[in-house]
Design a binder for this molecule. Structure first.
Ligand code: PLP
Length: 375
């Protein structure tokens, strides 16, 4: 869908793409300046495979400050994006016969990474009725002898839903009986959060399981740094060591200049993140209202991230279409708006749209979608 949108744009068609999974803001000035300084200083060589001493110190300080989690440098791995940390985790931990529990709607890469490690993703459906959240009962039914990994993502891509401390504790209580299960807590959208309950990381909510939790985070989303490719993981030393081995024999250290920029991001003024989040929240409110005014669309407010995930099954039916894919195709052809079908996230009957673009563009896109659906 996104390739199609780009192609049409190149042909001069006025397409609004709501498909992007990245902030529309530029990287803040003090972070860009730190990168320039690093280049001038000559920080242009290989670094330790798992990240520079300075960046690891900044990550340790971040975990203490924001999550009350105390990690030693040996428990931290810096990667070329949170994506690589997660991939390293799957490769280091999983193998044939192993299962990883992934809730749907999911970030598209989770099941694929599990499959690349020759393991089996066990998908558990969580629809709009249950707020797109895994319940302890569902987790209890899915977990078993073969389960090696449970992946949690809060706030979520694609739904924006986040787990409260109480909800995480209840999931943790189920996993307490399965000592071989590792929990991956993907917190990449952590500060882009406005839910009524404060953000809590899984390892903070479930201290008894912290020694088998890998917390993944990064600077891509929070600091508008998607192109710099810096993410990180923290967890038990034995597993971080395995993940480092995978990275060592594939890509080695992440970009030295980007690591210096990430230090400035994590140690610097955090008000830049709050400012961007304020914009996302304003857009979120406008988008939720606009989507719920479209016949056959139903969208629950999110707690964070920059995505809305409306259920559109009624619109699909009323328009005589067969799926969310057909609806997305119709919207790109008739409304000139590109959205991602829910099927891509393991959730047919939904669409994902990103609100990481200006309010004016969002309003225009919503008007166009509404007109196309009502035509
Ligand atoms: N996790 C989730 C849920 C994401 O949406 C993304 C990016 O789209 C990532 C992880 C990885 O981000 P990055 O590799 O840029 O750090």
């Amino acid at each position: 869908m996104l390739a199609r949108a780009t192609e049409l744009k190149q042909q001069g068609v006025d397409i609004i793409s709501l498909g992007a999974g990245e902030p529309d803001f530029n990287t803040p000035a003090h972070i860009r300046a730190a990168a320039v300084d690093a280049i001038e200083r000559g920080d242009t060589r290989y670094t330790p495979i798992d990240g520079t001493r300075e960046l690891k110190a900044a990550i340790q300080a971040k975990f203490l400050r924001d999550n009350a989690l105390d990690y030693a440098p040996e428990q931290i791995l810096v990667s070329s994006g949170g994506k690589q940390s997660l991939f390293n985790l799957c490769l280091a931990l999983l193998g044939p016969g192993d299962e990883a529990i992934v809730q749907a709607p999911y970030w598209v890469s989770y099941p694929e990474m599990v499959r690349l490690a020759d393991a089996k993703p066990v998908i558990v459906d969580t629809g709009i009725e249950q707020g797109f959240k895994l319940t302890p009962e569902q987790l209890s039914a899915a977990v078993g002898e073969r389960t090696r990994l449970v992946i949690l993502n809060s706030p979520s891509n694609p739904t924006g839903a986040s787990y409260s401390e109480e909800e995480l504790s209840a999931l943790g209580a189920v996993l307490a009986d399965f000592p071989d299960v590792v929990i991956a807590s993907d917190d990449i959208y952590e500060p882009i959060h406005w839910g009524k309950d404060p953000f809590v990381s899984f390892a903070t909510a479930c201290p008894a399981l912290a020694d088998r939790t890998v917390t993944v985070n990064g600077v891509s989303k929070a600091y508008a740094m998607t192109g710099w490719r810096i993410g990180y993981a923290a967890g038990p030393e034995w597993l971080i060591r395995g993940m480092k081995t995978v990275q060592s024999q594939s890509t080695s250290n992440p970009c030295s200049v980007s690591q210096a920029a990430a230090v400035a991001a994590l140690d610097g003024d955090q008000s830049v993140v709050a400012e961007m989040t304020r914009h996302y929240k304003t857009r979120h409110d406008a988008v939720i209202e606009g989507l719920n005014a479209i016949p056959g669309f139903e969208c629950r407010p999110g707690d964070g991230a920059f995505y809305a995930f409306p259920r559109v099954a009624d619109a699909v039916r009323d328009l005589g279409l067969s799926s969310d894919l057909e609806l997305a195709e119709r919207l790109i052809a008739e409304a000139r708006v590109a959205l991602v079908p829910g099927t891509a996230f393991g959730a047919p009957g939904y669409l994902r749209l990103s609100f990481a673009l200006s309010l004016d563009d969002l309003q225009e896109a919503l008007n166009r979608v509404k007109s196309a659906v009502m035509a």
